[in-house]
Design a protein around this ligand. Structure first.
Ligand code: HEC
Length: 148
């Protein structure tokens, strides 16, 4: 093998080896742009607004979210983590969906997220806004999931 032929073989081998690199199977790295925590965004994403205002009361009888104005931050964190109300009622033990959602979903919220939700519901959520969300129910297609 002359020098040129050797270089061609060596280069091809190097290219072949680099194609065997395991990088292709590495999990994709998601580079997220940091967003400021928004309590408003969270109450929609987490579903508080959907269950408490956008679901017909005959399906879920959730109280208006203005009820959070009566919760101190520690009481609110306990509610989200355990499903126990500020009056000590254990909604999980009672088989209430709020108790199950608290333990199985809301307990995953960070302290910062719980604070952002609490602050938004205490300072910015109004009874009128709840009524506005409830008015949307009439516009939604009729629910089929309760029929069978
Ligand atoms: C899957 C539906 C659902 C989701 C999601 C949900 N809730 Fe509820 N929530 C309910 C229902 C139903 C009740 C009434 C349960 C009861 O009284 O046993 C309730 C009760 C409550 C209560 C009243 C407790 C008390 O003092 O009697 C508060 C406060 C509350 N939810 C806040 C929230 C907040 C804040 C969020 C979002 C972080 C949220 N909920 C998400 C359905 C939901």
């Amino acid at each position: 093998m002359n020098r040129t032929a050797f270089l061609v073989v060596a280069t091809s081998f190097a290219i072949f080896l680099s194609s065997c690199s395991t990088d292709a199977s590495a999990p994709p790295v998601i580079v997220a742009t940091p967003q400021p925590l928004s309590g408003e965004r969270l109450v929609y994403v987490v579903g508080c607004v959907n269950c408490h205002h956008q679901t017909p009361k005959e399906i879920l009888n959730a109280p208006p979210l203005t009820i959070v104005k009566s919760y101190s931050l520690p009481e609110f964190k306990t509610l989200l983590k355990t499903g126990v109300t500020r009056n000590g009622r254990d909604m999980y033990a009672q088989g209430s969906i709020m108790g199950i959602v608290a333990r199985e979903q809301l307990s995953y919220l960070t302290d910062e997220e719980a604070l952002a939700i609490h602050e938004f519901l205490q300072k910015s959520w109004t009874a009128e806004r709840g009524v506005k969300e409830e008015a949307k129910i009439a516009q939604f297609p009729p629910p089929t999931f309760m029929k069978n």
